[in-house]
Design a protein around this ligand. Structure first.
Ligand SMILES: NC(=O)C1=CN([C@@H]2O[C@H](COP(=O)(O)OP(=O)(O)OC[C@H]3O[C@@H](n4cnc5c(N)ncnc54)[C@H](O)[C@@H]3O)[C@@H](O)[C@H]2O)[C@@H](O)CC1
Ligand SMILES: Nc1ncnc2c1ncn2[C@@H]1O[C@H](COP(=O)(O)OP(=O)(O)OP(=O)(O)O)[C@@H](O)[C@H]1O
Ligand SMILES: [Mg+2]
Length: 344
């Protein structure tokens, strides 16, 4: 209890919830924005309520389960240039509590990623002409995919990932799309349009690119909440997490804001920790269902949990390492941070 109270006090978090019901008072977009600004006026709440919703979806550790039941997650990414990003995403999924974590990468990247960790299962298939077919063999065994960390922007790879996304949608596999996966979505938003089991996790630059592609408008400075809400609505209620000083999360109906204390360190790889964690939490939240996540949708709650966890890891790592903090230091904090936020 004391730890939970401490966590709540330490996190200067703001939770803003826009009720879908309020949208009944007018045309959906206008009403949603009006309801949102109404809500903003009294949006400073204890984040404890939303963290409790995350706790509700975390599966208990018991002796009754077999390996695989608490999550089999796939990360699609890893190429010649980028091997760290898929590693960070996949190892974070495992440390959050997935039982098995797979990486689907190019042939060249595979031995490098394997050498980082014996815990990951690494498939060197992404640059094969048979990539989509090979992936289809694995999809029935996966609970969620994280698409994009370290993927790069090679056209042939992106074409394969397009096929993988289409196959995932056809099977109803939840997908978290990050990094170069978002580059692909900015080229072809139709790929994800209306797929409600998708979560996009853009950083500042990626959000601007998506906004321009989907809404035809560059990112405006002021109203981040409205911008995220509008992008989600334009994509047919795909959940969007805009990372930044505060993480703003929307499914086009509600908006959550996570301002859990993090740190001033902005080293590369923190977003990969977030997307990997979210892969597991998305599976857990969808499996548990809306009756346990209360007002916000399961994917909103999962995204809030991944944001809070990433920022808590950043805070804890920074306390130990200060300016020298790197993402590996944050990965080492996943266990303690998770316990502090969700298992108190
Ligand atoms: N260790 C690793 O292997 C890492 C690999 N990463 C991968 O790197 C790839 C590229 O992702 P990034 O987020 O680095 O994307 P970018 O390479 O597009 O951007 C990198 C940074 O450059 C700057 N930048 C980008 N566009 C700019 C512009 N038009 N004007 C001025 N500055 C601009 C921004 O500071 C941006 O954060 C992804 O596949 C990603 O997953 C990152 O996840 C970081 C860690
Ligand atoms: N200004 C900020 N203040 C506090 N936390 C931040 C800030 N900007 C980003 N973060 C946090 O850092 C994490 C990663 O976000 P970031 O925008 O760095 O992602 P990214 O650029 O995709 O990272 P990556 O290098 O992995 O690709 C998120 O949890 C986010 O909350
Ligand atoms: Mg990123």
């Amino acid at each position: 209890m004391a730890v939970r109270a401490g966590a709540a006090a330490a996190g200067a978090a703001v939770v803003a919830v826009l009720s879908a019901a309020l949208a009944l008072y007018g045309p959906p977009l206008d009403a949603a924005l009006r309801a949102f600004s109404l809500h903003k006026a009294h949006s400073v709440k204890d984040m404890e309520n939303t963290l409790q919703l995350v706790r509700n979806v975390v599966p208990p550790l018991t002796t009754k389960k077999h390996k695989g039941q608490d999550g089999r997650i796939g990360v699609v990414g890893g190429c010649r240039e980028y091997t760290g990003a898929p590693y960070f995403a996949a190892i974070s999924a495992l440390k959050v509590g997935a039982d098995l974590s797979h990486v689907f990468c190019t042939q060249e990247a595979a031995p490098v990623i394997k050498s980082y960790s014996p815990e990951l299962i690494v498939h060197p298939i992404l640059d094969s002409p048979e990539a989509v077919h090979e992936m289809e063999q694995w999809l029935p065994r996966l609970h969620a995919l994280v698409v994009g960390p370290g993927l790069g922007r090679d056209d042939a790879l992106l074409e394969n990932v397009k096929g993988i996304l289409e196959a995932s949608k056809a099977r109803g596999v939840p997908v978290v799309i990050d990094a170069d996966g978002l580059w692909l979505i900015a080229q072809q938003p139709a790929l994800i349009q209306g797929y409600r089991k998708a979560v996009l996790t853009p950083n500042h630059v990626e959000f601007g690119r998506l906004s321009e592609a989907v809404l035809g408008a560059p990112l405006e400075g002021g109203d981040r909440h409205g911008a995220v809400l509008r992008l989600s609505q334009a994509l047919g209620n795909v959940t969007v997490v805009q990372k930044g000083e505060q993480d703003v999360i929307s499914d086009g109906e509600q908006v959550l804001v996570c301002s859990q204390e993090g740190s001033g360190r902005r080293c590369g790889g923190q977003g990969d920790l977030l997307s990997g964690s979210l892969g597991v939490l998305a599976h857990w939240a969808l499996r548990t269902g809306p009756q346990k996540t209360g007002g916000p949708s399961p994917l909103l709650v999962a995204a809030f949990g991944a944001c809070a966890l990433t920022r808590q890891c950043s805070q804890q790592a920074f306390q130990k390492h200060g300016r020298a903090t790197t993402t590996s230091d944050m990965v080492a904090e996943v266990g303690p941070a998770f316990r502090r936020l969700f298992e108190a």
